[in-house]
Design a protein around this ligand. Sequence first.
Ligand SMILES: Cc1cc2nc3c(=O)[nH]c(=O)nc-3n(C[C@H](O)[C@H](O)[C@H](O)COP(=O)(O)OP(=O)(O)OC[C@H]3O[C@@H](n4cnc5c(N)ncnc54)[C@H](O)[C@@H]3O)c2cc1C
Length: 422
Amino acid sequence: MSQRCPVVVIVGGGFGGLSAARALKKAQVKVILIDRNNHHLFQPLLYQVATSVLSPGQIGSPIRGILRNGQNTTVILGQVTGIDTAERRILVDSTDRTGVPISYDYLILATGVQHSYFGHDEFEKYAPGLKSLADAVALRNKILRAFEQAEAEEDPSRHRELLTFVLVGAGPTGVEMASAIAVMVRSTLKREFRRIDPASARIVLVDMAAWVLGTFAPELSDAAQRRLTQLGVEVRLGHGVDLIDDQGVVVAGERIASKTVIWTAGVAPSPAGKWLSAETDRAGRVRVRIDLTVQDHPEIFVVGDTASLDQDGRPLPGVAQVAMQQGRYASNLIRRRIEGKPSPKPFRYFDKGNLAVVGKGFAILQSGRVCLSGFLAWLVWAAVHLQFLAESSLRVSVFVQWVWTYLTGQRGSRLIVKHHCD
Ligand SMILES: Cc1cc2nc3c(=O)[nH]c(=O)nc-3n(C[C@H](O)[C@H](O)[C@H](O)COP(=O)(O)OP(=O)(O)OC[C@H]3O[C@@H](n4cnc5c(N)ncnc54)[C@H](O)[C@@H]3O)c2cc1C
């Protein structure tokens, strides 16, 4: 009698889910990967779409295309809305049906994070965040439209608020976005406007922390801040925003008039903890055991940004490397169980280092005891990001665009695109 092939359902085709699916390509299992988007997104370069360097198609690839060689893998476009752990099935809203049950023997949840406005959801209307391709294109439209509006405005007293860009949150996304806007106004847009001088744009980066890029060593954080200042970015630390409205922001009692406020501050995990009724940390991430399974459910794994695991007394960071290593680990463990082999050692994250870019030709790098800032770090940043793009066609296209932009200052996609709702 032939044995039934175990079904592994993976929810999420981001860094964690994709690594998990790739690691099961040759296993004797049936894999079903479900994502609410049809594409895998390289989030670290989202800011380059928002600042017109790259086009959306250069950082996203269809998931079914990436996994086309996995004969045991089915990709489904759908939004998971709940999990019935007793019956071992998930509920999925697909394009034309709701609550479709899909059964699993093993479940890997890799559903990432969403924006968090720290209890101030009313800010979202005025300060959009950057998490998806749609967000990046909407921000690109907003930034480019501000320059168009200022050029069309005869009253020069209105130019100031139109050309003030406020970024809330001085983590990697805020720093990368602020420096990229600074480079854009001083290079690409320099000679194209007649009534306004784009280089006069005011770029303000606000954070309640005392440092920019607080997860890096203090000397790197200082180097990044000096670089931001050289680029003309106004860095306001030590105070969060008290208010965001259609007139701009209020920081430490001072109003900064701005028509373009961008939220780069916080994220909250997906509702995986609620679906599972599992223990979560304070941020809402699912507490997983050292083999990445959920308490009382050895068949359910949670990986990546939506999982919470401490290593050496500190929580693992929400970065792509953690998600990829965890996705691979979960799949290897499942494969070994199915093959009747002993379980691997507990999960341990191998930190290859952190990078952040600050404008053209400058990055900071921290790897173990090595701290580096400047052009060399920027070359490493570029090489690492190219290497981790999902497909070789994207690597070629992004590399060519970067060389072109570096040499000429011209950007790949400076279009204001109005999308129809579909
Ligand atoms: C702007 C930005 C810049 C970043 N820069 C860096 C960087 O430079 N370096 C770095 O290491 N990390 C960076 N990160 C963090 C990194 O992208 C994440 O740590 C990583 O994506 C986490 O992987 P994941 O698989 O947990 O989640 P994700 O990659 O976010 O994938 C989650 C997937 O789950 C899907 N999904 C969510 N909910 C559902 C549902 N209900 N049903 C179906 N599908 C669902 C989503 O569509 C998505 O495809 C950045 C993140 C952002 C937003």
